[in-house]
Design a protein around this ligand. Structure first.
Ligand code: PNS
Length: 158
């Protein structure tokens, strides 16, 4: 039985994240979306809000669970008895940081390996930061995030 963690800040969750969730949920038996509590970045959404949005948007997947975590990702993976970490790769610019994380995590926890899914071409430009910037400047974000998330962003910026 394979169990994987898809970790991230998800501030907020985008169509790019949902694409990775849907595709990895088909590959592994169980997928835990791990939402990082304490990012170095100042989040737009609280941890409860980020978890709630993800729960709502993944409710149709029977093998996906949304859990927040703090501290080291490998400790969370150990607690969850997951031996796979899933990360999305958008462009070559992501690679250096992702490689460093994957190797560090593997050195800290030998049982954990990282697999990378290349982001679907239509979302390869997308990031939560870009979504927030466009939203703050009153741009149209309907191609980047679901309507449910747009409403939550509007509540924050109005
Ligand atoms: O969505 P993000 O911000 O790109 O996700 C980054 C994340 C959450 C995967 C990364 O910051 C992380 O794993 N943080 C937990 C702390 C940790 O384990 N750091 C060492 C990684 S080498």
């Amino acid at each position: 039985m394979s169990k994987a963690i898809y970790p991230g800040s998800f501030d907020p969750v985008t169509f790019g994240h949902l694409d990775i969730i849907g595709r990895s949920a088909k590959i592994v038996d169980e997928l835990v979306v791990g939402v990082l509590v304490n990012s170095t970045k100042q989040p737009m959404f609280t941890i409860e809000e980020r978890v709630e949005m993800l729960k709502h948007l993944t409710k149709d997947y029977s093998n996906v669970e949304i859990i927040s975590f703090d501290g080291l990702l490998v400790d969370f993976a150990r607690e969850e008895k997951a031996d796979i970490i899933v990360r999305g790769l958008r462009a070559v610019t992501d690679f250096e940081y992702e490689l460093q994380m994957a190797q560090t995590n593997h050195i800290m926890e030998k049982c954990v390996d990282t697999i990378f899914l290349t982001t679907s071409l239509k979302y390869s430009y997308l990031s939560s930061s870009i979504v927030k910037e466009v939203a703050w400047l009153h741009g149209d974000i309907s191609q980047f995030v679901p309507a449910f998330v747009i409403d939550k962003i509007q509540e924050k910026i109005s």
